[in-house]
Design a binder for this molecule. Structure first.
Ligand SMILES: [Zn+2]
Length: 440
């Protein structure tokens, strides 16, 4: 049986207006901004309220909060001739989130915290990432509740809190997983709806932030042989570490299959040194950067290896002395005050994201690929070295994670973020197609 879902534009825009109107309080960047996701939850629950089981409808709607005021929402449509069992197959749409990244009104041309409609373009913080999807999926469940099609599978959506920052754990998807709230969605594809640009996204990179602390010895720059120059040490240590990284992590053959644009990378992005004057040999310098590893390599193993490169350097720091920096630049010195040696310390900052290569043989992927083709005429799956929280772990735990999204990557986390109403309609059509495919 096939169902044809409509898209009630006025209802969609009303909900999205309400959601974007809350975004000032949904900004997530602790400790400056701690979101109150329940402000968004309230509007979603209001929109769904006439269709809930409590009100004689077909939707099971659950508000799950592990932290006061910071809830998640689980919506289920189950109209399978009363055959609901624990083994029931599912189709779930997870990952659309209720928090947003901060927006600075001074750098926007429009009010970021208010929906501004200009033709097909819907401006406001969170329209693309990710409240535009929250409103679209809510509309989909209202359509299901109104049209009441018989479905062989249980259909679910999970809107999550705390996606944009992991500094405060125990709020969102991590807790839902721990709590077993998502386990039964292993019985079918899980569409992670927090990507963009319509075509299926089939891969993301692992990501880790590193900080390399380089310790030298202070000296007058007229007496460089009595100092250890930490800036030079930092440059040489980074060059050496990068060289070893690229030897160990060359482009992987699967990257072409998954259409990754870049291979794995390790690079410095920030550098600073001990404050002093230009006529001093600096005693300390720090370089920060990240590693983006395509999902065909293990990030855990990679971080151990990089730690190993640094440990080996500490054992034999003279490996770094090439002579290119002149005869007085050494990392191990003997002076009348004693013997000194440069030292390196490496740290991982923040959470480590695990990359994912979606299963291209799964029915979940095939359905998304086919649906995209059917609705827009082509499907060009792509991967990117951007990273998403927890999808890698979920795949490992047995979920068939497939990623998609209908906003625009060009405005992700940027100023003047917008989504296109027509793209959101396309998204709902694609999902409609997927539902029908699994109902055959
Ligand atoms: Zn997002």
């Amino acid at each position: 049986m096939e169902v044809e879902l409509d898209f009630d534009e006025a209802r969609y825009l009303k909900l999205l207006t309400n959601l974007i109107g809350e975004t000032e309080h949904l900004q997530n960047n602790p400790p400056n901004f701690i979101p109150e996701e329940d402000r968004a939850v309230k509007h979603v629950l209001d929109a769904l309220q006439p269709y809930t089981k409590e009100n004689g409808g077909l939707l099971k709607v659950e508000h799950v909060a592990y932290v006061d005021g910071r809830g998640n929402v689980i919506i289920e449509y189950d109209n399978s001739l009363g055959r609901s069992t624990n083994e029931q197959k599912t189709i779930s749409f997870i990952g659309s989130h209720l928090d947003v990244v901060p927006a600075d009104p001074n750098t926007w041309e429009r009010d970021p915290f208010k929906l501004t409609i200009e033709g097909d373009k819907l401006y406001g913080r969170g329209t693309t990432d990710c409240l535009g999807h929250v409103a679209m999926l809510t509309e989909m469940f209202i359509q299901l509740a109104e049209k009441k099609p018989k479905m062989k599978r249980k259909i679910a959506a999970v809107f999550i809190a705390a996606e944009e920052s992991n500094l405060i754990p125990g709020v969102g998807i991590d807790m839902l997983l721990k709590d077993g709230k998502l386990d039964h969605y292993k019985a079918g594809p899980v569409y992670w709806v927090d990507s963009s640009d319509v075509h299926p996204r089939i891969g993301s990179a692992s990501a880790a932030i590193w900080r390399l602390n380089c310790l030298g010895r202070l000296s007058h720059s007229g007496l460089p042989h009595k100092g250890i120059n930490s800036v030079e040490l930092a440059m040489d240590a980074v060059t050496h570490t990068q060289k070893r990284f690229y030897q160990d992590y060359p482009p992987h053959p699967s990257e072409a299959v998954y259409k990754f644009i870049c291979p794995s990378t390790m690079k410095p992005t920030q550098i600073k040194s001990a404050e002093g004057s230009v006529n001093q040999i600096p005693p300390q310098a720090e370089v920060q950067g990240d590693i983006r590893l395509t999902p065909f390599y293990s990030i855990t193993e990679c971080l151990e290896r990089v730690k190993g490169y640094v440990a080996e350097l500490n054992k034999d720091i003279n490996v770094l002395v090439s002579g290119d920096r002149g005869p007085c630049s050494k990392y191990e010195i003997s002076t009348s005050e004693g013997d000194f040696k440069g030292e390196l310390e490496i740290f991982w900052e923040g959470e480590i994201y695990k990359g994912i290569a979606c299963d291209l043989d799964s029915d979940g992927h095939k359905a998304l690929d086919e649906a995209t083709k059917a609705v827009i005429g082509s499907s060009e799956p792509f991967s990117s070295n951007g990273s998403l929280p927890l999808v890698g772990e979920m795949q490992e735990a047995g979920f068939d994670i497939q990623m998609c999204g209908y906003g625009h990557s060009s405005v992700y986390h940027g100023d003047n973020e917008y989504c296109s109403l027509s793209y959101m309609k396309v998204g709902l059509k694609i999902f409609n197609h997927i539902l029908n495919r699994f109902n055959q």
